[in-house]
Write a protein that binds this ligand. Structure first.
Ligand SMILES: [Zn+2]
Length: 345
């Protein structure tokens, strides 16, 4: 008989909030750092991911970006990241945030970046059957003009794998400030690109950031959005619009120290009728994987198998792939759930 933990691990998953750079396998990070002479605090794998504070974390995050300086390295990281997530949590579809400005700084132009990603992810799709899409991340630290330029670059080089825009980093003042980027969002919307925003992630940010992202930036999805749970009106707005929240439990433990219990803000959002999907955010750097977000976080927040099935299915429903692809993914999902349910009885 299949245990609950194995059921949750084997449940097919769509991951919609995943920063490409942080899908790097730790062994590969060490190897590439050596090859490209990128300095690391230590070459001990466990020690590297044991942060004594935010600077240690940012050092590793920076190094993970710095090692991706050739198309071959990018394609390799892309392929291995899928291979790992299939093993750890039966990943079936994933959308990645990629930050074109950071790669441009390393000398990788936008078309070359997309080609390298498609090379690795396409090979992984053929070998593991995992579909994918790309979302370009506005680097909020570079300001609103750079955000508009990023969207212009995307529009100048359209690619079927590139589905929309999202965000990473924070503004130079270490805030979210979603409205600062309204011009980039309007441009993306006018040209049919899908949109998400990182808002309401931590305590210093206001629940109204979630409202602004929905009402002004017209996002299709919210990334994080936890602070919405502190304002019933924002929860009601999110529930009534059906906008999906890509929540990343382990990152909230690492960054905000929130325990996994029934009062966790993700649990509150789910109970409030908000469409929630689970993801890893920065899998390698947060010591997590898409399986653990279900087997550990979701169960400790008090949710059962039917809840998990509903939440996992929401990930496929909220995907930005084309409708035919989505229907195929959903049919496969429903078939797998039937088989897993039979194996559990
Ligand atoms: Zn994120």
């Amino acid at each position: 008989m299949l245990s609950d933990s194995d059921f949750l691990r084997l449940l097919p998953k769509a991951e919609l909030h995943c920063h490409f750079v942080a899908t790097v396998r730790v062994e590969t990070l060490l190897e590439l750092a050596d090859e490209f002479a990128v300095p690391l605090r230590t070459s001990d794998m466990d020690e590297l991911l044991r942060y004594r504070g935010l600077p240690d974390f940012l050092d590793v995050f920076h190094a993970a970006q710095q090692v991706m300086r050739t198309p071959e390295a990018i394609a390799r990281v892309a392929y291995e990241g899928v291979e790992d997530a299939v093993r750890e949590g039966n990943l079936r579809y994933r959308e990645y945030f990629v930050n074109p400005d950071n790669f441009a700084e390393l000398g990788i132009a936008y078309p070359e970046l997309i080609d390298a990603l498609v090379d690795g992810l396409g090979r992984a799709e053929r070998d593991f059957g995992v579909g994918y899409g790309l979302s370009c991340a506005i680097n909020r630290s570079l300001g609103p003009d750079a955000a508009v330029r990023m969207v212009q670059t995307m529009l100048a080089h359209p690619h079927s794998a590139v589905l929309g825009i999202g965000q990473d980093y924070l503004t130079p003042e270490f805030t979210e400030d979603p409205l600062r980027f309204r011009d980039a969002y309007a441009l993306a919307e006018a040209h049919g690109l899908r949109r998400s925003a990182h808002v309401g992630e931590t305590m210093p940010e206001s629940p109204s950031n979630v409202r602004d992202a929905i009402e002004v930036l017209h996002v299709d999805r919210i990334d994080h959005g936890y602070r919405a749970a502190d304002d019933p009106e924002v929860v009601a707005l999110a529930a009534s619009t059906g906008v999906a929240f890509t929540c990343t439990p382990h990152s909230t433990q690492m960054l905000s120290g929130w325990d996994f219990d029934e009062n966790h803000r993700i649990a509150q959002l789910i109970r409030g009728g908000v469409t929630v999907t689970l993801a890893t955010d920065d899998a390698t750097l947060f010591h997590t994987d898409i399986g653990r977000e279900y087997t550990v976080a979701l169960t400790q927040m008090g949710f059962d198998i039917p809840d998990a099935v509903r939440i996992a299915r929401a990930g496929f429903e909220a995907a930005w792939c084309d409708e035919a692809h989505k229907q195929r993914l959903l049919a496969d999902f429903d078939g797998a759930v039937l088989a897993l349910t039979a194996a559990r009885a």
